[in-house]
Design a protein around this ligand. Structure first.
Ligand code: PEP
Ligand code: MN
Length: 295
């Protein structure tokens, strides 16, 4: 007999979209992720200067973003690369939120920093390299902040669901999943974007899922296409790197969009997002009827 997804992922029951389980909607400031609104999170890879962050924040807000991204603590492959401004970066993010009304998502890389980062961020980002750091996941869960959990670059869907389960079973239901590409034999792109993974996560879990076309591709010219694919696969939002002058960025410049490229991408996505809203409405009506029927 064919194994159902529920049987296949039975080890992580709390994340599964069961018969009686409604989809999770993660509240953030005055909006929500996982509801009818498609949520764009955008900003630089790293917080560099006040000017860089403020200019980017005002710009992405004017294009319709709801969340400002920016790393203050950067996990980097090279020990000699820029590792972030730390507390100073967090303070700049809070200042940008104050000025623009955007929510802030930023990465926490150590359980020792969870309390400090949670003081400044609306959403705690757990990065790809930290996905299986259960001590960090537990500390982040207990902070009570919403959590953006990125998929590990070498993680299977089952591994990924285990990490989400750790957060939920530590009492925090507000988890947003994020597909950011995985490592495969293909080396032309930084990672391989797992669009089927997005579709599967939407099928088997009740959690919101967003797409990160920046880390998934590693090349700015591929970012708009991957964003489109993310929307078509059923993503609830995007996490995109945007920089005023990508060639001078202190990290991930090659995959960051400049302001004009970001605007063009958002414009091009509009019809795809409209289609998504159409099927979102249909799916929700069907799910609500099914829930009603079982009472
Ligand atoms: C980031 O968002 O800048 C980042 C470091 O992402 P990832 O953990 O997906 O590599
Ligand atoms: Mn980055």
């Amino acid at each position: 007999m064919r194994e159902s997804w529920q049987e296949r992922f039975a080890e992580t029951p709390d994340v599964l979209l069961g018969e009686r389980r409604q989809r999770t909607i993660v509240p953030v400031l005055d909006f929500a992720v996982g509801g009818d609104e498609f949520v764009t999170m955008a900003g630089p890879c790293s917080v560099e200067t006040e000017r860089q962050l403020m200019d980017t924040a005002y710009h992405v807000r004017s294009a319709g973003a709801r969340v400002l991204r920016g790393g203050a603590f950067k996990p980097r492959t090279s020990p000699y690369a820029f590792h972030g401004l730390g507390l100073e970066g967090l303070k700049l993010l809070a200042k940008a939120r104050e000025a623009t009304g955007l929510a802030v998502v930023t990465e926490v890389i150590s359980e020792c920093d969870v309390e400090m980062v949670a003081e400044y961020a609306d959403i705690l980002q757990i990065g790809s390299r930290s996905m299986e750091n259960y001590t960090l996941l537990e500390a982040a869960a207990r902070s009570g902040r919403s959590i953006l959990l990125k998929r590990g670059m070498m993680a299977t869907i089952a591994d990924y669901l285990r990490s989400a389960q750790v957060i939920l079973s530590n009492g925090n239901p507000h988890v947003i999943l994020c597909e950011r590409g995985i490592r495969t034999f293909e080396t032309a792109m930084r990672n391989t974007f797992d669009a089927a993974g997005i579709a599967l996560l939407k099928e088997v879990t009740h959690l919101p899922v967003i797409a990160d076309p920046s880390h998934a591709s590693g090349h700015r010219d591929l970012v708009p296409a991957l964003a489109r694919i993310g929307v078509a696969a059923g993503a609830d939002g995007l996490l995109v790197e945007v920089h005023p002058d990508p060639d001078k960025a202190w990290s991930d410049g090659e995959q960051s969009l400049d302001f004009a490229e970001f605007d063009a991408m958002i414009d091009d996505l509009a019809p795809w997002i409209a289609l998504r809203e159409h099927s979102w409405g249909r799916r929700n009506t069907a799910e609500a009827r099914a829930l009603e029927a079982i009472g």
